[in-house]
Design a protein around this ligand. Structure first.
Ligand SMILES: NC(=O)NCCC(=O)O
Ligand SMILES: [Zn+2]
Ligand SMILES: [Zn+2]
Length: 484
């Protein structure tokens, strides 16, 4: 049973060219002119791209006394409806819980996935058990990326000594470190002060997390990672201060990547001052939305290559869940949705006005993260031998974003009313047509776990570099190294 995508323009991170794509048994087997297959999909006028990879989702995440509402069913339906064919979620051990134990929970949840997925492991506490289990998580479970929260004091936050120990362990194992970079101590203090002084509404969330808390933490994580000799990926970069730290580190040769979110690129801090409490609370996430000047910095980072990936941090709570925080903004569950909207929003605000080329669009939505997470070219590529995870993007197809039409299970959409173009005509997941002429054809349980080996190219290079430049004792004739 073969499928051919005919008449489109193949767009990869480095090339655009007219070609048909032949798919057999879930894999791309030929790319060229005049191909035929059992099923033919007409891509005339469309771009044939690697499906999106969203490396930052929290599906059914236990957080702030509740669970995020989108699970692996609704979350991956939303992904596919918007052209994303792989998500990477976070396995999150409770304090004191083993990593392997937490992984079982995520394995169970993900059985419902409609598209392929992988996991990052979160390091939420530190001890011998975590140190020991990291080895098995990497070697047996195909997870090569570990997340550290520098915020959420009293729940997920880890201290610098724990982070340094974890980063050193990751360097040994050939894995990479991820950080949520915000100074959790300062956030906790500022929050308490704001509440004491009478700021209880959602605007307090933004005031309690100024760009400085993010810039300071990003810089600290970068320096700790450099000393530990581990590559670092900074999630949800929202402001110039953390972007500047990443830019500076990259210019100094450090192995650091930055990930802005589609929300921070397109929505600003004005949302928190909306007269309607629900409107503002629905947009509470960490870090908060920023000013237009910060947005300009993020776009420039994508254009210049100092920022590498656009994600969503999809962590969706209903209005009823958000209302837990009426009278105290620190109790509003942190998180917003975006899985279905990431690609159309980035196309509309990135490619259409000329901020990004179509090739750059592919790079930041798919190929770069596949390389960083060491699953390229199986994912993130239109190449012979790659999984047939393909988005046929129709630049002429348009819609107005509305919660009433979305796959997400929540009752609103932070992009409500936005007019977007660049919608999927077809989306294929390992060759199976999941969006057919714009209509989602869900297949619960179709998704498979994508194992990712350690010691990717950047990890190997950094290990060699750290060995080349490591401190060495000076050999002084006649003077013993240890005391007499
Ligand atoms: N970002 C956010 O507000 N919620 C999800 C958890 C996290 O990534 O910090
Ligand atoms: Zn975070
Ligand atoms: Zn997150």
């Amino acid at each position: 049973m073969s499928t051919v995508i005919r008449g489109g323009t193949v767009v990869t991170h480095d090339l655009s060219y007219r070609a048909d794509v032949l798919i057999e048994d879930g894999t791309i087997t030929q790319i060229g002119e005049g191909l035929t297959g059992d099923t033919e999909l007409d891509a005339t006028g469309c771009y044939v791209m690697p499906g999106g990879i969203d490396p930052h989702t929290h599906l059914e995440m236990p957080f702030m006394g509740t669970h995020s509402t989108d699970d692996f069913d609704s979350g991956t339906r939303a992904a596919l409806a918007g052209g994303t064919t792989m998500v990477v979620d976070f396995a999150l051990p409770q304090p004191g819980q083993g990593l392997l134990d937490a992984l079982k929970t995520w394995d169970n949840k993900s059985a419902r996935a409609h598209c392929d997925y992988s996991f990052h492991m979160a390091v939420t506490w530190w001890g011998e058990q975590v140190f020991d289990e990291m080895q098995e998580v990497v070697a047996k479970h195909g997870i090569n990326s570990f997340k550290h929260f520098m915020a959420y004091k009293g729940s997920l936050m880890v201290q610098d000594d724990e982070m340094f120990a974890s980063f050193q362990r990751l360097a040994e194992l050939g894995a990479i470190a991820l950080v949520h970079a915000e100074n959790g101590d300062v956030v906790a203090d500022l929050s308490a002060k704001l509440l004491r002084e009478g700021t209880t509404g959602p605007e307090g969330h933004a005031y309690s997390r100024p760009p400085q808390v993010e810039g300071e933490a990003a810089n600290r994580a970068i320096m700790i990672a450099d000393m530990a000799g581990v590559p670092l990926y900074v999630v949800h970069v929202s402001c110039e201060q953390s972007h500047e730290a990443i830019r500076r580190a990259r210019q100094a040769g450090m192995r650091v990547w930055g990930e802005p979110l589609i929300q921070h690129l397109t929505l600003d801090e004005g949302e928190y001052f909306h007269a309607d409490w629900d409107h503002a609370a629905r947009r509470v996430m960490s870090p908060p939305f920023r000013s237009k000047a910060h947005q300009a910095s993020l776009w420039a980072g994508l254009q210049s290559g100092s920022l590498s990936v656009v994600a969503t941090d999809h962590c969706a709570f209903t209005t009823a869940q958000k209302r837990t925080g009426v009278g105290d903004f620190t109790k509003i569950p942190n998180g917003t949705g975006g899985l279905e909207d990431r690609l159309p929003m980035l196309w509309t605000h990135g490619v259409v006005p000329g901020r990004l080329t179509p090739n750059e669009f592919v790079a930041v939505t798919s190929t770069n993260i596949a390389k960083i997470l060491n699953c390229y070219p199986r994912k993130g590529a239109i190449r012979v031998g790659s999984d047939a995870d393909i988005l046929v993007l129709d630049p002429a197809r348009e819609k107005t974003i509305a919660a009433t039409d979305q796959q997400s299970a929540i009752d609103y959409n932070v992009f409500e009313g936005q007019q977007v173009s660049g919608l999927p005509r077809y989306v294929l997941s390992r060759g199976r047509v999941m969006v057919d002429d714009g209509t989602l054809k869900p297949a619960e349980g179709h998704g498979r776990f994508v194992a990712r080996a350690p010691r990717g190219e950047v990890s190997r290079a950094l290990t060699s570099w750290k060995e080349t430049t490591r401190p060495r004792p000076v050999d002084r004739a006649g003077i013993p190294a240890s005391g007499v």
